[in-house]
Design a protein around this ligand. Structure first.
Ligand code: KG4
Ligand code: ZN
Length: 363
């Protein structure tokens, strides 16, 4: 029988400094005792994207306080921790190193085991933390930095079915917002405008729909939007509030339709393996239009649809602690001499994805 495990998780791979304590009892579901996330949006705002050096420095400066807060809120001391799980990649290497160094120091000082966790595995295993779903399941990871379909078969067993070959959808939302003078992060502001717009007025491209498999491309969409905006400006000297709403609605529908069509494809590709669930994670999964379309696709395939609560869909350390617990429970090896990695594909057999997003390598 499994023993109770209490892990401290540490996450610093992008622009959130996060620490969490998760306890998995011998029997029954796991419990998130605390989950602290300190964002850095304000630090990077002026630069139009995450600046790696600023991110790394901010992580190094704040991580000890975030860890202390996570332990205090959980009501446990380090003495109650069985192991430390830390994101060892993929991500901005300076940030990853800040987390790994702190984790190493704590583990050495307290004689605790250290578990190196792949950030993407953290996202991919979250539906088991929140809902205890069984393997295998299909996961669509869709955020500002990631976009890929994974068949999740075990704690360390993932098959990447496809993903974006250029921008991640969240990045496309952010760039669209920028082009239209809307506030960052772009997703929520574009969604709010789109709700008041006519999605049929501008017909944006649905790239790669004619290509087999479930790879996607979102960078052309942004160019199409730029052209449509410039055409309006050339014609009328500017864009009206309604133009902007219609552009947002057309853009959002294009992203949603591509994601839905490719999700249907991914589901068909793995039908023979009888996935238990279609799960989504990442900030873009908050979008109501996208979520509704994915839910429909899931229903059509006869599968339950699962979107964990947003605070666990976006970057956090509870998912890292949980992935550590999954690794320990599965009896996987956790060599203490691991290295921090900027790129670390979950599925080592899948061909490399192209490109690197504004938030770093997409792996
Ligand atoms: O998962 P996340 O918090 O961070 C990483 O990228 O790792 O995702 C953030 C991304 C941003 O690009 C943001 O614009 C997008 O998710 N996003 C949304 C929505 N809320 C956040 N995109 C579309 N619709 C939304 N409602
Ligand atoms: Zn992430």
């Amino acid at each position: 029988m499994d023993r109770t495990l209490t892990l401290l998780g540490i996450e610093t791979s992008c622009d959130d400094t996060a620490a969490a304590v998760v306890r998995a009892p011998a029997q029954g579901g796991p419990e998130i005792l605390s989950s602290e996330v300190l964002g850095q949006t304000a630090l990077h705002e002026a630069y139009g994207g995450v600046v790696p050096e600023i991110a790394a420095r901010a992580h190094a400066e704040r991580l000890d306080v975030v860890v202390e807060t996570a332990l205090a809120r959980a009501g446990v001391g380090l003495g109650a921790i069985d192991a430390i799980a830390v994101t060892a990649g993929p991500g901005l290497i300076g940030g990853v190193l800040s987390g790994v160094m702190l984790a190493r120091g704590l583990a050495a000082a307290r004689g605790l085991p250290l578990v190196a966790v792949n950030h993407l595995a953290g996202h991919a295993l979250t539906p088991r933390l929140t809902d205890g779903i069984g393997f295998p399941y299909l996961m669509l990871l869709v955020s500002g930095g990631h976009c890929q379909f994974l068949l999740v078969m075990g704690a360390d067993s993932f098959r990447r079915l496809g993903g974006t070959i250029d921008d991640a959808p969240g990045e496309a939302f952010d760039k669209t917002a920028k082009l239209l003078g809307l506030p960052q992060p772009g997703g929520p502001s574009v969604e709010a405008e789109a709700a008041l717009g006519d999605p049929a007025r501008f017909r944006f491209p649905r790239p790669l729909l004619d290509r087999e498999g479930c790879d996607m491309s979102f960078s052309g969409l942004k160019t199409a939007l730029l052209r449509a905006r410039d055409a309006l400006v050339a014609e009328k000297g500017g864009i009206t509030v309604q133009d902007r709403r219609d552009l947002c609605a057309g853009f959002q529908l294009a992203v949603a339709e591509v994601l839905a069509a490719k999700t249907a494809r991914a589901l068909a590709m793995v039908a023979g393996e009888h996935p238990t669930t279609l799960a989504v994670a990442g900030g873009v999964a908050a979008n109501k239009t996208i979520r509704a379309m994915l839910e429909t696709v899931s229903e059509q395939a006869g599968l339950p649809f699962l979107a964990p609560p947003l605070r666990l869909c976006t970057d956090n350390a509870a998912m890292i602690a949980w992935a550590g617990i999954e690794r320990m429970r599965a009896g996987l090896e956790n060599p203490p001499d691991f290295v921090a990695r900027p790129r670390w594909p979950l599925d080592q057999t899948a061909p490399a994805l192209l490109g690197s997003g504004k938030k770093g390598a997409k792996a």
